[in-house]
Every structure is written in C-alpha cells, then in structure tokens.
Ligand binder design. Sequence first.
Ligand code: URA
Length: 273
Amino acid sequence: MSNSLKNEIAARLEFYRELGIEEFFIEPRPAAELSGTIPGERTISNEPVQPAVAADLATQSAAPAQRPPTAARSLNLFEAEKPRAKERETLEHVQSDLGECQRCKLAGGRKHIVFGQGNPRAELVFVGEGPGADEDEQGLPFVGRAGQLLNRMLQAVGIRREEVYICNVVKCRPPGNRTPERDEVEACSPFLFRQIESIQPKLVCCLGAPAVKTVLGLKEGILKLRGRFYDFGTAKALATVHPAYVLRNPREEKILREDFAKIRDFLRATATR
Ligand code: URA
C-alpha cells in the first residue's frame, strides 16, 4: 500500500472518529472498486432538506459541519449506507464529542455551551433557536423569560418539564440574540440530530422558524407551518411559534396554547398502557 493511500485512509478514519464512529470493518473488494469516492458517499446540496430526507440523514453518516451524522457506532467503509448494527449513542457521548467546541464563530462570544437539558428517554423533545443571555449565563436552555413561558405552557397541558428534553439549533449564544447564521447551524446541527437520535422521542416540537428549517428543512413562514404534524423518520415533528414571539405579541399566546394542546393529545393518543 502506498504512503499516500495510507495517509488518505488515516485521514478518513480520523474524519469518522470525529463523527463518533470508532469501529470499522472492511470487506475485501477488487482493487478497482477502491478508487475514487467511497460508495454511498453523498454530496451536499444547497437545496432545502425535505422532511423525510432530514430524518433519513439523521441516521446516516455525515460530514460534521453539514449533515446530521449517524448514531450507529460501526460503519463498513465500503458500504457507508449500511451500518452493521444500530446502537443508541448516549447523550454523554454526543456531549463529549462536542467538547469545548470551537467549530464556529459563536464559540468566541459564549460563557457556556448550552448542550440541552432533560430526560434522555423523553417522548417529547423541544428544539429552540439558540441560547439567550440567561441561558448563556447558566449553561441551561430556556431558563429566561421565554423559558418561563414554555414552563407555563407545559404546565397548562399537564406535562412536567423534567419529563421532556429541551435543546436548541445552536448551542452557543448568537451575539445580541440574532438568528443563527447558516455556517453556525451547519456546524452545530449534527450534534442536535445526534441528540434526537439518541433520545428517540415520539415527537419533536420545533419552536420557531429556525428550528423548523433546521429539523424539517421547511422554509415557509412559521405562521403557515405551525400547528401541523410532519413526518420525521419514525417520529413526528410539530411546528409552533417560538415563546419569544409570544412575549413580543402577547395576543398570540392562544397559538402556543392550541399547539401545546395538540402535543398533549398526540402523547395521549400514542401512549402505550
Ligand atoms: N430561546 C431559545 O431559542 N432557546 C433558549 O434556550 C432560550 C431562548
């Protein structure tokens, strides 16, 4: 084997290691098949990701900054589309891979990474946009005014905050609470998808347009998308408005109330006795 091929393989293994894939096996193949790109490797398109595809991507190998990576812990290098076994990755493992992240420019301005909080086996996961000042201070999601409104909405439908899991599209505070930028979302969202893959919830509730766009690949206005359930792999996703929107438009609280009632009804209807 030439040194350049060895180096190429070493670089590829390092790439997968960064994704959290540490176990590899190789099926013997004719040498001609070993040149060029790895079979199953996909190129990234700038097109919006459609719901089914977004969910599908969450279960496949992915470039760290651009695609949700697989939660499978082993990967046949030459059949990248066919993970050998599908084990659940732990949230601790995802968090340790994230480490003291410097993958995007938000790292420079943060006090704390806000990884996520809640039940690692939650049936319901909330995805917000990104930490604000209070969250950055405490390292916990939705602990400021928007968080208090989220708590009230949960209480109104009889769901305890400890039962659910709460996280964000980006894990570091965008300056001045601006919307996360594309490169920031691309750097961070693979970790979000790994969290969801690890938890395997029944329902993902996307709070606001950036969450809907990231999770479901849908770009229409949130007022058009809200209140509806979408397929998300084997789970469902519901789009609703961000609590911060309701804080700015208090008369719109009825939207959140209505959508949280749908969450409650969905969880009741799918409960296994
Ligand atoms: N807004 C968000 O989107 N996420 C938080 O964690 C807090 C406020």
